[in-house]
Design a protein around this ligand. Structure first.
Ligand code: LIP
Length: 288
């Protein structure tokens, strides 16, 4: 039974099963109950959208988790009662990661649910012990439990153990990234990308950090990096990458967080981090 640190009443694999079950439930809701007219509001900027289905999915996830584990804590992207709970486990949830894709009907969005220990509101003060990322359109369900590896289950039930890529040269690396909702941030991210692009194989912009991290874990991209992520964007994907033999970090050895998240296969990680930091220092960070 995998170690969940000081949590005694449940194993990491049982938490993984709960994360998968609840993510599939919410996935069915956002696909099957999607109204013809989505109600859309904005958050940090005019392009940072939230739909009524983001909130409905989070409310369903909270109900399902409280039913199963009433003493656990909760931190979600949308409106909701953030609390740490008494059990030592906190659920970190993004009900629809890739909301813009969901709005446009691009089949690259996911429900991301992670069970963490520590305080997910404080960078560096928490660790994921189990997590699941479900793309309800493709049916792909990625999951991991600490010390138990990472898998992808597809709609036919086929289970694949995940291994991050073994690419060892920057020039051969397929890199995924993302852009924020604020124009100044995007301008800076574009400048960093323009500096990087001549030295990598190519770029992919998928539109969901949770799915980008799962792609690093399965090796369908070699590297992913992004600035501006929240705990709910990365909590589950982080463990799925590390249990697949990849590395997730911030820059300068910091923990992954708002400033930067880098996920990569072991063999190319160091040369990519060095090249990215060169690009970031070449582009005046203060404009971000
Ligand atoms: C999205 C992230 C994506 C990022 C977007 C946005 P959301 O999360 O998954 O990587 O590029 O700007 O933050 O808003 O769809 O939950």
């Amino acid at each position: 039974m995998a170690d969940t640190g000081f949590i005694t009443d449940i194993s990491a694999s049982e938490l993984r099963t709960i994360a998968l079950e609840v993510a599939h439930e919410a996935g069915r809701l956002i696909v099957d109950a999607r109204p013809d007219e989505l109600l859309v509001a904005t958050k940090s900027t005019a392009t940072d959208v939230v739909t009524d289905m983001d909130q409905r999915a989070q409310d369903l996830i909270v109900r399902s988790l409280v039913d199963r584990r009433p003493r656990d804590g909760f931190l979600g992207e949308e409106e909701g009662d953030t609390h740490l709970g008494e059990s030592g486990i906190t659920w970190v949830v993004d009900p629809i990661d890739g909301t813009v894709n969901y709005l446009y009907g691009v089949p690259a969005y996911a429900v991301s649910i992670a069970a963490v220990t520590g305080d997910p509101r404080v960078e560096g003060a928490w660790t994921t012990v189990a997590g699941a990322v479900v793309n309800p359109v493709t049916g792909e369900a990625y999951s991991a439990a600490r010390g138990e590896g990472a898998t992808r289950e597809d709609r036919s039930g086929r289970l694949t153990s995940l291994r991050a890529s073994s690419v060892d040269t920057l020039g051969q690396s397929l890199v995924a990234t993302g852009f924020g909702y604020a124009a100044a941030r995007r301008a800076w991210q574009a400048a960093v990308l323009a500096d990087l692009l001549p030295d990598i194989r190519d770029i992919r912009r998928i539109g969901s950090a949770a799915l980008d991290l799962c792609r690093v874990a399965e090796g369908s991209v070699d590297v992913y990096y992004e600035r501006g992520l929240h705990p709910w964007d990365l909590a589950a994907g982080w463990l799925i990458v590390t249990e697949a033999g990849g590395i997730v970090s911030g820059s300068d050895g910091e923990p992954p967080g708002e400033r930067l998240v880098i996920a990569a296969g072991n063999a190319v990680r160091d040369s990519f981090v060095m090249r990215l930091e060169q690009a970031m220092s070449a582009c005046n960070v203060t404009s971000d």
